[in-house]
Design a binder for this molecule. Structure first.
Ligand code: ASP
Ligand code: MG
Length: 407
């Protein structure tokens, strides 16, 4: 008998028929003798619908009330699923975040889980019930409902699995695992049997949105065995594991190609090359709560330096304005920027032990006449910024050059 946490996302519970199908699956697992905590999302579209209602009433909805509102979607699903399980003769109980003892900090809309008091859940499990938990929500010290940020049900599931020391946390979704790249771009993208937490983090932060990033961080930190699999078809899915030797030995150089189109680039030319310049430019951007991604600074002439960085495309206009003001104060030559860029990355723990991976990437892009605008690297990743119109071509050739379709 194992203790499993299963999480079903919005599409998996998107209609009454689909909730019935989830109930069948949960029922089957329970019949096999497993103890089960089932974490559910709101039915697909529901969270967006609730957010839409709020924005019809207020430009800036009160954070406390916003969380009360958007947390309701998940509760609907818990109740319906428990009813469906009862129809199958399986005892089950719905839990809100509060009932499940999910204690968070006070930041509404993006709360972090501090602690889980699992007593009540454990009692139900021991008495043979399936526990059905509303994902995405918790409760703060004041006793108010909080939510964990978009996609937060993944984090609820992983946190619950860590607290209960579950044997596995299974994330059921509308894809059957993690792929070497987006199959919509590369037809022969391959499903990975395994990927390490670190690689998964890079893949998700680079735009392969299978799991909420925070849930992957959490799973890595507490070493929760995490599996992504399809709720619509049978299969082993993808297991996300620690970077153990076994995983590294059999590893290809590169595990996946990630990309992100939502990028924009800004360049400030000819600012004085003196201490505090990076701080002046980027400090102003971060003061506006805007995240900067890649940064390149380079000497361009006598005592002057150029600065290029990327931000999310939706922030481009605001950043442009902020940076133009600072640039004027600093006596910069000019500020320029473009929104038609994209980021393309190769990811793999295999890079740690192999030289020349980046060179191979640059060579492949050069052979297709794809110009590289920026480069940044980490231990397990090389990212380049390129013209957006070459993105799909770039993804395809890298997938090819690093032999990702085989294995
Ligand atoms: N329902 C929430 C959302 O759409 C949480 C989740 O599904 O994970 O973001
Ligand atoms: Mg999701």
């Amino acid at each position: 008998m194992s203790l499993l946490v299963q999480k079903y996302g919005g599409t998996s519970v998107g209609s009454v028929e689909r909730i019935q199908a989830v109930a069948d699956r949960v029922y089957k697992s329970a019949q096999q003798g497993h103890q089960l905590v089932v974490v559910v999302s709101a039915m697909s579209g529901e969270t967006n619908r609730l957010i839409g209602l709020a924005s019809e009433i207020s430009q800036r909805p009160l954070p406390r009330e916003f969380d009360v509102l958007v947390s309701t979607g998940e509760q609907v699903t818990t109740a319906l699923l428990c009813m469906a399980l009862a129809e199958r003769g399986q005892e089950a109980r719905s839990y809100t975040g509060r009932q499940a003892g999910i204690q968070t900090d006070n930041s509404y809309n993006k709360a972090r889980i501090n602690n889980i008091d699992t007593q009540a859940v454990k009692k139900d499990l021991d008495e043979g019930r399936v526990v059905v938990l509303a994902g995405f929500q918790g409760v703060n010290d004041a006793g108010d409902v909080t939510t964990l940020g978009r996609g937060g049900s993944d984090t609820s599931a992983v946190a619950m699995a860590a607290a209960l020391q579950a044997d596995e946390c299974q994330i059921y979704t509308d894809v059957d695992g993690v792929y070497t790249t987006d199959p919509r771009v590369v037809a022969d993208a391959r499903k990975l049997d395994r990927i390490t937490f670190e690689e998964m983090l890079e893949m998700s932060s680079l735009g392969s949105k299978v799991l909420q990033i925070r849930s992957v961080e959490f799973a890595g930190k507490y070493n929760v065995a995490l599996r992504v699999l399809s709720s619509f078809q049978e299969g082993e899915g993808t297991l996300i594991t620690l970077d153990n030797e076994e995983a590294t030995l059999e590893k290809a150089l590169v595990s996946g190609i990630a990309f992100n189109r939502d990028e924009a680039q800004l360049t400030v030319r000819g600012v004085p090359d003196t201490p505090g310049i990076a701080y002046r430019i980027l400090g102003a951007v971060s003061d506006a709560n805007i995240e900067v991604d890649m940064i390149v600074q380079n000497i361009s002439g006598d005592n002057v330096t150029d600065f290029t960085f990327t931000v999310n495309r939706i922030d481009y206009e605001r950043v442009s304005e902020i940076v133009s003001n600072v640039a004027k104060e600093l006596g910069a030559v000019d500020v320029s920027g473009r929104k038609d860029i994209a980021k393309l990355s190769i990811v793999g723990v295999g890079m740690r032990s192999h030289a020349g991976v980046a060179t191979k990437m640059f060579e492949a892009l050069a052979a297709e006449q794809i110009n590289i605008l920026m480069i940044s690297t980490s231990e397990i990743k090389v990212s380049v910024v390129i013209d957006e119109k070459y993105l799909e071509l770039g993804v395809r050739i890298l997938h090819d050059v690093f032999d990702l379709a085989q294995n």
